[in-house]
Design a protein around this ligand. Structure first.
Ligand code: SF4
Length: 386
């Protein structure tokens, strides 16, 4: 049977990523894809740009995510303008979220967000205890672990339940899945989810920054490619081991674990829209990224070396053109990539992955490894629930 990617219903809200501070960040993670993009000069969102950006989406329901770089770098005054613009927008905003490293967070920030969006969906980037977080360093090459833990505490003290995104990368090789799991277990009533995202950066070329952490990133570029990547096999074994802890210790009652919950959804036929997991009903064509240079483009992970492909415009046809172009280009690319999925018995549980991962696997000649790792995760989830 010929496989095709499934898409969410047309009235599903578009996910709009506002890159508030572009690629600027107070830390310099080795694997950051945003900081590899060819930004020219620095720019930041303000209230006017936010208003202009949202007008582009007239006629579409949207879910807005404040993103970066590090979105809190815009500062409180500008953030207040940005939040006011979203709040006052006539566009059908169905929800607002933020993805932050949390290092700048303080109670005043929480008060500011609460003023406009008390239900804000908090996303915290944190790779886990000690060494596991060691590829998330600041520009002076200092660890950021304690700052992330502090942010988690501030959020908990204010009754927020952030979802945590952990990028599973080479720093996890020396941290067992049980050690990794432990701190999340301790805050299981505080977090709403833990998403394990693979770092499959086999062929990427970093943009080198003139800083101590930039020098470290350069050092980590070996002849075999970036040393911070992990193999699909390592990733699947890690996910499966963490999942076993999550089940055995009852954490599944407290917070979701990705990609596990999405695989469960695929197996039980209870799929839902997801953005950050490759097993979910993720649809890159349903994500639009807006940059502080006034340009917009497709999903932030899949742009080919660009910072937006067209200018923001109040002409309602501009967003439709962007979506149509994206759909057409990706459909052609997927047609080629999905040939290997034709006849695969894991298809309905796997869904073929995400475009940026499939591209990377093909470029690095690891497609067999990739499929084997997806099958391992699916088999492990099935054996737990069937
Ligand atoms: S396991 Fe591989 S071949 Fe099978 S559906 Fe998934 S991506 Fe396609």
């Amino acid at each position: 049977m010929i496989r095709e990617k499934q898409h969410p219903a047309p009235d599903t809200p578009l996910i709009v990523l506002l890159k508030l501070a572009g690629e600027q960040c107070n830390i310099n993670c080795t694997y950051c894809f945003e900081r590899r993009k060819p930004y020219e000069g620095s720019a930041r969102f303000d209230g006017d740009l936010t208003e202009k950006a949202l007008k582009t989406f007239a006629g579409h329901p949207v879910r807005v995510i404040l993103h970066g770089g590090e979105p809190l770098l815009v500062g409180k005054r500008r953030m207040a303008e940005i939040l006011r613009s979203i709040y006052a927008s006539e566009v059908d905003v169905r929800g607002v979220g933020i993805q932050t490293n949390g290092l700048l967070l303080d109670p005043e920030w929480i008060g500011l967000f609460d003023e406009y969006f008390p239900e804000l969906d908090w996303g915290l980037s944190f790779d886990g205890p000690g060494q596991a977080n060691s590829n998330r360093r600041d520009h002076s090459d200092r660890e950021t672990h304690d700052g992330a833990v502090r942010a988690l505490k501030i959020l908990a003290d204010h009754g927020k339940r952030p979802g945590v995104i952990s990028v599973i990368n080479s720093a996890h090789v020396d941290v067992s899945p049980v050690e990794f799991f432990e701190p999340f277990h301790r805050v299981r009533d505080v977090i709403s989810g833990l998403s394990l995202v693979p770092c499959f950066d086999f062929t990427v070329k970093p943009r080198i920054w003139n800083s101590q952490s930039g020098a470290r990133i350069l050092q980590m570029m070996s002849v075999n490619g970036p040393e911070w990547a992990v193999s699909p096999e390592f990733y699947s074994q890690y996910v499966v081991s963490v999942m076993r802890e999550w089940i055995a210790r009852g954490d599944w009652r407290h917070y979701s674990l990705e990609p596990v919950v999405n695989v469960v959804g695929n197996i039980t036929g209870n799929s839902r829209i997801a953005r950050s997991t490759t097993f979910g009903f993720a649809d890159e064509n349903h994500v639009v990224t807006v940059y502080p240079n006034g340009r917009m483009g497709p999903h932030d992970r899949i742009e080919n070396g660009q910072v937006g492909v067209m200018d923001l415009s109040p002409d309602p046809s501009s967003i439709d053109r962007l979506l149509e172009n994206t759909r057409t280009t990706h459909a052609a690319e997927w047609k080629d990539l999905l040939e290997r999925c034709n006849g695969c018995s894991y298809w309905e549980f796997c869904r073929g992955g995400e475009l940026h991962e499939r591209r990377e696997m093909r470029k690095s000649d690891r497609e067999d490894e990739y499929c084997a790792s997806r099958m391992e995760i699916i088999d492990a989830v099935r054996s737990e629930i069937e």
